[in-house]
Design a binder for this molecule. Structure first.
Ligand code: AMP
Length: 701
């Protein structure tokens, strides 16, 4: 795109793709380098054991950097030591704390000193299994300070998931806590979980540092597992004046390993490069998020275990010198659906980031947005410039609703910004940038309009991401045509270049499908004439109805446009005639949810009409099941469509109680039982009508 129709974001994108060396060299200057890179981009090739060769690349070769220095020391040295780095807000323990940059530096250098005394060295892997408390950030930064590599495992995972990850990256030490707290449930002691994981794992970390929380003590008695109380070790180091300086690493050295949340298969260890990570995140936090430094407050309602938490709770806000909020609570239930708006008001948040699933949960509990309006009416949301949403597709109805609410209550011209990315890419591939330039003068907080809002689209490409839509042969399709979303290489600097210890799997999982020409994102969608990217579904969730490829996301969008539907999940069930038939699971936003699994006829007819009108008669639903708390999610908020599909298929065969494979990453396995009961009730009620599905399943067998 060019000329008068083009938006400045298009020009910046073009610059980054046409002249990546110049573009990223400019960006690199915002960071402190212990050794300046000798060049910006080196294109290389890699040879696999199998003999296959594929293109590769390296950002900022020759450079040496300490991310910890850039996140902490640099701001103190610049005179910002008294600015707040971390606000900790834990409604589940009634604790609120803050750390200035100076206090954060003191904690990090002492703990890094203690870890160094314990033998942690540059290049070692240290694993974290932590709740959302400040010690987690201190631990992450201390590991980074030593030039070691961290691998954070979500603190709600079960022992087998932790053991799998221990064996995958063989950490020398584990940083953990005596308990985690999941919403309004009682504290979960970590001791049995960690000790069970150690039993299951083949590799044994030689040290376990336990952050003691008063809710549940954990006396570090198991010396064979090297258990030690984190606070005691810290106090000892502090009293002896032990501190560690920053140890820089090469640009291409890993800063961390993160395992993809994965709904199936063994998790993949995505590797992040130190140099590209710092430079790319610094660009995104300033250009896309309009966060520049002291006085700016970022509230990312995610968990440090996910990539969103790595990038926008921990690193990016600190790289900018802003304040980040660690929130140990949930969108609802701690104590209610007002929680997020309270945080925005209390900490004068400028940028908020959450997943659409959190907003759906709020919508279920507060369908008329009374809580938000209450805070809004007294001006409590006036600091908020943007609400970022990612992790899943956001249905247009949720985007439009929140945009209207922001227009009414937030800062002038505040924006809802859907942004699409993944663990692999490390930062958003799309979005609507809030700052009109990606140049050097970031101090001027110029406000301008990002590319206009198109609900249902995740915005336009971010610098360095060459996004294309191709058919199954890898040929680019016309604008507006649905296909596989792929990336041209090199990826932008935050993007991964390989998997931990598994180059073959990197090739097989991402490059092989298009013979190394494109990197497969695993998502389907389309790019419109103006360059907006519409991400519709994971490839696995594409339905094939009468030889038409329909996206579950597109049908869900139609279903959720009904004002009574808070959430919808579409799965494809086999159909003898059409191949597959879309089937809807819905949760309503009515204050008292109907108990029947079959919706009343009027509602069902209205939903069908919306699907026919917005997607087409081809997508007519084969059935609708309604219920509350029956759509299973992963811990990171992704809908487990496969589980619902299997329940339906089994039910159609009369096998209502048959086990379905539920991944260990499931948020709440009890939800699957609710869904099972609803499916059974539905089939009992509807009975004969489902002959077509039964036929379809027979045909598939
Ligand atoms: P993860 O690596 O676990 O963060 O998952 C990445 C996947 O989440 C992407 O490949 C998409 O399928 C989905 N995703 C993330 N953000 C969005 C978005 N804004 N719109 C649609 N899908 C998204």
């Amino acid at each position: 795109m060019s000329g008068k129709d083009s938006h400045v974001q298009d020009d910046i994108l073009r610059h980054s793709l046409e002249n990546p060396e110049e573009f990223w060299a400019n960006q690199a200057e915002h960071l402190y380098w212990h050794k300046k890179p000798s060049s910006t981009l080196k294109l290389t090739a890699k040879k696999l054991k199998s003999g296959i060769e594929h293109d590769s690349w390296e950002w900022f070769p020759g450079g040496e950097i300490s991310t910890c220095y850039n996140c902490v020391d640099r701001h103190v040295e610049a005179g910002h030591g008294d600015e707040v780095a971390i606000y900790f807000d834990s409604p589940v323990t009634q604790v609120k704390q803050k750390y200035t940059y100076r206090q954060l530096l003191e904690e990090v250098e002492v703990f890094a000193g203690a870890l160094r005394e314990d033998g942690v060295r540059k290049g070692d892997v240290v694993m974290l299994y932590m709740p959302m408390i400040p010690a987690a950030l201190i631990g992450i930064l201390a590991v980074n300070r030593l030039g070691a590599i961290h691998s954070i495992v979500f603190g709600g995972f079960a022992p087998n998931a932790l053991a799998q990850r221990i064996d995958s990256c063989k950490p020398v030490a584990l940083l953990t806590a005596s308990c985690g707290i999941d919403g309004n449930k009682p504290p979960i002691p970590y001791r049995p979980l960690v000790e069970e994981a150690f039993k299951l794992a083949t590799h044994k970390p030689r040290r376990t540092f336990i952050w003691q929380r008063e809710q549940v003590p954990w006396a570090p008695t198991d010396r064979s597992a090297g258990q030690a109380s984190w606070q005691k070790v810290m106090n000892s180091a502090r009293s002896r004046g032990i501190k560690a300086e920053c140890v820089p690493v090469k640009s291409a050295d890993p800063v961390y390993i993160i395992h993809t949340s994965g709904t199936t298969g063994t998790p993949k260890g995505v590797l992040r490069d130190a140099g590209g990570h710092a430079v790319g995140l610094h660009l995104s936090i300033s250009y896309l998020f309009n966060i520049h430094g002291p006085g700016d407050v970022v509230f990312t309602a995610s968990d440090i275990g996910w990539v969103v938490g790595h990038s926008y709770i921990v690193y990016a806000p600190l790289l900018a010198g802003a304040s980040t909020i660690i929130y140990e609570g949930k969108p609802i239930g701690t104590p209610d659906a007002s929680a997020f708006w309270r945080i925005v008001e209390e900490y004068k948040v400028n940028t908020m980031f959450t997943a659409p699933t959190a907003l759906r949960a709020i919508k279920r509990d507060d369908p008329d947005n009374k809580f938000l309006a209450k805070v809004g009416e007294r001006g409590g949301l006036r600091t908020l410039n943007a609400l970022f949403l990612a992790g899943e597709r956001s249905e247009p109805s949720i985007i439009s609703m929140y945009q209207e609410l922001l227009d009414k209550y937030a800062a002038p011209s505040a924006h809802v910004i859907d942004n699409w990315w993944s663990t692999e890419t490390g930062s958003p591939m799309t979005g609507r940038a809030l700052v009109p330039h990606a140049g050097r003068d970031r101090k001027a907080k110029t406000r301008h309009d990002p590319p206009r809002l198109k609900p249902g689209s995740a915005g336009k490409a971010m610098p360095g991401f060459d996004i294309r839509v191709v058919d199954d042969e890898g040929r680019e399709v016309d604008r507006g045509t649905m296909g596989n979303i792929v990336l041209g290489m090199p990826l932008a600097p935050t993007g991964f270049r390989t998997l931990w210890d598994d180059e073959e799997r990197f090739y097989k999982g991402y490059l092989k499908r298009f013979q190394g020409k494109w990197l497969d994102t695993g998502d389907s969608g389309w790019i419109d004439a103006e360059g907006y990217v519409h991400v519709m579904s994971r490839n696995d969730d594409v339905l094939n109805v009468s030889a038409h490829r329909l996206s579950s996301g597109g049908i869900e969008q139609a279903v959720t446009s009904h004002p009574l539907v808070a959430e919808a999940c579409i799965v494809g069930v086999p159909d003898a005639v059409k191949g597959q038939l879309p089937f809807a699971f819905i949760t309503l936003s009515t204050p008292s949810h109907p108990t029947a699994a079959v919706p009343d006829e009027k509602l069902a007819a209205e939903i069908q009409a919306l699907v026919r009108k917005q997607v087409g008669a081809i997508a007519s639903l084969g059935g609708i099941i309604q219920g509350k708390g029956m759509i299973p999610k992963t811990r990171s908020g992704k809908t487990l469509r496969r589980v619902l599909r299997e329940l339906l298929e089994n039910a159609a065969k009369g096998e209502f109680d048959k086990e379905v494979a539920v991944p260990s990453t499931v948020e709440d396995a009890a939800v699957v039982d609710v869904a099972r009961r609803k499916v059974k009730e539905y089939f009992d009620t509807v009975g004969e009508k489902h002959a077509a599905i039964e036929e379809g399943i027979k045909a598939k067998l």
